[in-house]
Design a protein around this ligand. Structure first.
Ligand code: C2E
Ligand code: CA
Ligand code: CA
Ligand code: CA
Length: 279
């Protein structure tokens, strides 16, 4: 490791103190936030790259804190993970997303799949599979209507246990999606070792696909590999028509990103789906 000079050390400490303080403030404000109804979900469309039809929606958590105002999930999720608060919060997300799906029954959104993000802590809890199946039953959903998004970090944390839990979820019929693919500890052995059915190609690669040969080659290789393993592929962070066209041509099945839609409210999503159905 590089030896820091005195000045550098001070800056580092200041930054660390600021981060710790920020974390403590958020941690305090998180307490009671579920009961106070400060959370809600927004939904981002995932469409078939070929037909443009809405196929899945990802539920994304939002927090409007009475103390701090709106706080982005990139700031409060890590804090909730450190404190263990992510367990009740994750349960709330699962429940809320399933309730919303039940609400969409017999609407134009009837046959979409809902994806929710799941943290390592949640998956490690002994009652996770029971929790998922209860949420499905309570809301009259079939397991194939639900997909869980995990990051590579989740997979390595307690590999043997995670593998068993994922096998149970897959046996139930729930989909398992590997989120942010390519950014983490990306061992290719994960792709066969765990019971996955979807790979989500991270925004970092999609972003440069039009201008960087390296990113373009990499995405192409991920898609080819996904195909040969029988996995569904979703490209994240699609922001331009050019990116969408390249991805479709490469055989990426699904697209997600601002070019398709921002994360939106349930009502806005209904209108979006209506629009797409009429095409
Ligand atoms: P993620 O799962 O990778 O979610 C995608 C993030 O990218 C979302 O940010 C979304 O708004 C953003 N995004 C989507 N399309 C585009 C695009 O075209 N361009 C750009 N620049 N960004 C785009 P968001 O909603 O702020 O969520 C950030 C992260 O917070 C998520 O990343 C996920 O890791 C975490 N998160 C969100 N909701 C939950 C949740 O319910 N549970 C858990 N455990 N984590 C969550
Ligand atoms: Ca995700
Ligand atoms: Ca992602
Ligand atoms: Ca991410």
């Amino acid at each position: 490791a590089k030896k820091a000079g005195r000045g550098e050390q001070l800056i580092f400490n200041d930054a660390m103190n600021a981060a710790t303080k920020d974390g403590l403030v958020i941690d305090g404000a998180l307490r009671g936030a579920i009961e106070a109804n400060e959370f809600y979900l927004v939904y981002q469309a995932i469409t078939n790259s070929h037909t443009g039809k809405l196929t899945k929606v990802e539920a994304l958590l939002r927090w409007n804190s009475s103390l701090l105002g709106p706080v982005s999930p990139d700031r409060f999720i890590p804090v909730a993970e450190d404190s263990g608060m992510i367990i009740p919060l994750g349960t709330w997300v699962l429940d809320q997303a399933c309730r919303q799906m039940a609400h969409w029954k017999q609407s134009v959104l009837d046959d979409v799949t809902i994806s929710i993000n799941v943290s390592a802590w949640q998956l490690a809890a002994p009652d996770f599979v029971a929790l998922v199946s209860q949420a499905l039953i309570r809301n009259g959903l079939s397991p194939h209507q639900l997909e869980l998004e995990l990051t590579e970090r989740v997979l390595i944390e307690d590999a043997a246990n995670v593998q068993a839990v994922l096998a149970q979820l897959r046996a139930l019929g729930v989909g398992i999606s590997l989120d942010d693919f390519g950014t983490g500890y990306s061992s290719l052995s994960y792709l066969t070792q765990f019971h996955l059915n979807t790979l989500k190609i991270d925004r970092a690669f999609v972003m440069d696909i039009e201008h960087s040969e390296r990113s373009n080659n990499l995405v192409h290789a991920i898609i080819a590999m996904g195909h040969s393993l029988g996995l569904q592929l979703v490209a994240e962070g699609v922001e331009t028509a050019g990116q969408a066209a390249i991805l479709e041509k490469m055989g990426c099945h699904y697209l997600q990103g601002y070019h398709i839609s921002r994360p939106i409210s349930p009502d806005e999503l209904l209108r979006f789906a209506d629009d797409r159905a009429g095409r």
